[in-house]
Write a protein that binds this ligand. Structure first.
Ligand code: NDP
Length: 450
């Protein structure tokens, strides 16, 4: 049987594009369908524009801190329009780069939705295309709780094109997106109220990290309403009327406010024709094995639509492992263990490996030794700021292996990326101890903890 393509990819986000290019490098004939701008959530509505806004939001504190070092006060205001334009211009530049990368790799791009007709046939717009192997990399989208007036909230996708800066923003949700936008918007000068349904933000993170980030956010002036649900949202002539239930049993009417629902994401599985192609869905995500293969042996899926670890580098790695295995003659698996990640909050946090609670659950309370260092970094001494950095190692006593490394503080993502290599390699605490610190730095604490 001959097919139009060796591989057809549905979805032109980070995972889809990386896979298409890798397979094409091995000589496969590859087609890809993407109706939206290239690069998917990460480039267009996620990591990239978010990080640019994170950078923007840091300047007011930098200006303040400069005074502690002897600089005269800086009076500066944010030109919202200019920021939005600059951020979106960068996104467009990246869209162009992705287009050129696909062209250079000779991946044929279809600017339409792709839908499965059967295990080897995809309908793209009006066209029927056949492929030996198919990769589904369609990502996910934000979801909002179904409460009265939820249409009065926006989702994270819209945060990058707001026509003007909200005086105030109410953010619902205490996950990555809620926390990052709470810190960004506060840094940019908006009043921020964050509503979370537990007592701590960032469920699943190490408790010490949760506590320090939350305390710091509150210390900076973000109001966090805990153990609290929003039951209705109404747009009135006086402003946004938000009814709360739980620890705060009240109704707030807030002028000049927008509401952001950051209450999670789910895979984009609608109208994909998965049943027709025999692709099984479990818990709202495409079910895959460790090779990212679905229940249909020639159809694979990577990234957020499989809801494993929803991070760009994971989707890329899953896709490249598939391409190396199926087209490169180099079978390999993507390891989902010890995947580092960061929260670009203020203060920033990053983490790799097991949390203290996970390690104790897995190995037993007495089997784990925890090393902690909490301090004010030297940088904040002259500005007189009480910002704290926390570093933490979770160690298995018997084997001396470092099971987890966690950090809250400036450059946490940059620092943990390096530490993650050691953790992934199975480094022992003794290896950390034998490493000479770089002085003076915050990072040296990771090799001097006793
Ligand atoms: P998360 O799942 O991280 O957080 C969702 C938040 O909304 C949680 O606090 C959750 O509470 C709360 N929530 C969910 N449903 C309800 C409800 N019905 N009522 C009240 N609260 C609710 O999702 P995000 O959208 O923040 O992020 C999605 C994913 O995107 C992340 O998991 C991550 O993989 C990725 N991401 C990564 C980033 C990074 O690497 N820096 C940045 C942004 C996103 P509870 O905890 O109680 O369930």
């Amino acid at each position: 049987m001959t097919y139009d393509y060796d591989l057809f990819v549905i979805g032109g986000g980070s995972g889809g594009i990386a896979t298409a290019r890798r397979a094409a490098e091995y000589g496969a004939k590859v087609g890809l369908a993407e109706v939206g701008p290239l690069g998917g959530t990460c480039v267009n509505k996620g990591c990239i524009p978010k990080k640019l806004m994170v950078y923007t939001s840091h300047f007011p504190s930098l200006f303040q801190e400069a005074e502690g070092y002897g600089w005269s006060p800086v009076k500066s205001t944010l030109d919202w329009d200019k920021m939005v334009t600059a951020v979106n211009q960068e996104v467009e530049r990246l869209n162009g780069i992705y287009q050129r990368m696909l062209d250079n790799s000779k991946v044929e791009l279809y600017r339409d939705y792709g839908k499965l007709l059967d295990a080897h046939t995809i309908v793209v717009g009006e066209k029927q295309i056949t492929a030996d192997k198919i990769l589904i990399a369609v990502g996910g989208h934000p979801v909002r709780p179904n409460i009265p007036g939820i249409e009065n909230t926006i989702i994270s996708d819209q945060m990058f094109t707001l026509p003007e800066q909200p005086k105030r923003i109410v953010i619902w949700g205490g996950g990555y997106i809620g926390v990052e936008f709470a810190c960004i918007m506060h840094g940019l000068g908006s009043d921020v109220i964050q509503v979370i349904r537990r007592d701590k933000i960032l469920r699943g993170f190490d408790e010490d990290l949760q506590s320090l980030i939350q305390e710091s956010m509150e210390h900076h002036g973000i109001r966090i309403l805990k153990n609290c649900e929003i039951t209705s949202i109404e747009q009135t002539s006086q402003g946004l009327k938000i009814a709360l239930q739980g620890e705060q049993n009240t109704e707030m009417v807030l002028a000049d406010t927008i509401g952001l629902a950051a209450t999670g994401r789910k895979p984009n599985l609608e109208n994909l024709g998965l049943e027709k192609a025999g692709v099984e869905v479990k818990n709202g995500a495409i079910a895959v094995d460790k090779y990212s293969c679905t229940s249909q042996p020639n159809i694979y899926a990577v990234g957020d639509c499989t809801d494993r670890i929803n991070l760009t580098p994971v989707a890329i790695n899953e896709g490249r492992a598939f391409a190396d295995t199926e087209f490169g003659g180099k079978p390999r698996l993507m390891s989902h263990e010890n995947v580092p990640s960061a929260v670009f909050s203020y203060p920033e946090a990053a983490t790799v490996g097991l949390t203290e609670a996970e390690a104790k659950e897995q190995y037993g309370e007495d089997a784990i030794k925890v090393y902690r260092s909490k301090f004010r970094p030297m940088y904040y001494v002259l500005p007189g700021k009480e910002e704290k950095t926390l570093m933490k190692l979770v160690v298995h006593q018997e084997s001396d292996r470092v099971l987890g490394a966690h950090m809250v503080g400036d450059h946490a993502a940059e620092i943990i990326q390096g530490v993650a290599i050691a953790v992934k390699m199975g480094a022992k605490k003794a290896d950390f101890d034998a490493t000479v610190g770089i002085h003076p730095s915050s990072a040296e604490e990771f090799v001097t903890m006793r």
